[in-house]
Write a new protein. Structure first.
Length: 254
């Protein structure tokens, strides 16, 4: 993926990693369309950052995805990058189905069906562009589980394998599939995460991730150095120790 000159749609980018990435890509000379559920946040982003367009989208709703895709493609026929950023992360207690089932279903709907539906809505258009990218967003927790978030971990593992598989299928097209693999980052994804000293500062993550996109335009995965502890535990042979360390140091893992 080239670092500039693109038209980029990022659903799920009204806060956190998504918004920080949107602003950085905008500053790098890309046309950026921010997508999100809350109209007031979209209006604020558009007002504070002239040149960024916005569209309302709920990636947990198939109809909303279809409507937003139609709007984006009508307004931006040169769109060539889709970043499937939107996702939710919630704690669950699997001792009692009454406490976790609804959360697990919502997580899978947003984090797995959402990206699948987004790709389905845009892939035919992206194939018409001479240089296009689908950027999926998994997590270090796709490779090392956080005890408190089983469905989130599983959803991100699904995104990793989906990315690997779709990349193989689209290898005969102009569409690249790139997987962004964040570690824990100081955002509001979980309560208290913004102040978690073990999480990576947001600005540091985005700076390093965008630097990797720029320096490795053909990369299949964008891995900041900090996520490699989680990403490669099994390959290094210290998986059990990594699982223990993660769940000992993260307040949500206890």
């Amino acid at each position: 993926m080239d670092i500039s000159g693109n038209t980029v749609f990022i659903p799920g980018s009204t806060s956190g990693i998504g918004l920080a990435l949107a602003l950085e890509l905008h500053a790098r000379g890309n046309k950026v369309i921010v997508g999100g559920r809350r109209a007031e946040l979209l209006a604020r982003i558009a007002a504070e950052h002239p040149g960024i367009d916005t569209v309302r989208i709920d990636t947990g709703d198939a109809g909303s995805i279809a409507a937003a895709a139609a709007q984006v493609l009508a307004d931006h026929p040169d769109l060539n990058v889709l970043v499937t950023m939107a996702g939710i992360m919630r704690t669950e207690d699997w001792h009692d189905p009454a406490t976790f089932l609804a959360t697990a279903e919502a997580t899978v709907t947003t984090n797995v069906l959402g990206p699948i539906r987004l790709v389905a809505a845009f892939v035919e258009h992206l194939r018409t562009r001479p240089d296009a990218t689908i950027m999926t967003v998994s997590s270090g927790l796709a490779f090392t589980p956080l005890k408190a978030t089983p469905s989130y971990n599983a959803s991100k593992a699904a995104i990793h394998m989906l990315s690997e598989s779709v990349r193989l299928q689209l290898a005969d097209t102009s569409v690249k599939v790139v997987e962004l693999v964040p570690p824990s980052v100081r955002t509001a994804l979980l309560p208290g995460q913004e102040d978690n000293e073990h999480a990576m500062p947001l600005d540091e993550f985005v700076t390093e991730a965008v630097g990797l996109i720029e320096s490795r335009p053909d990369a299949k995965e964008i891995q900041v150095e900090r996520v490699k502890f989680l990403r490669y535990g099994e390959a290094r042979g210290d998986y059990d120790q990594v699982v223990a360390a993660l769940n000992d140091t993260d307040p949500h893992g206890k």
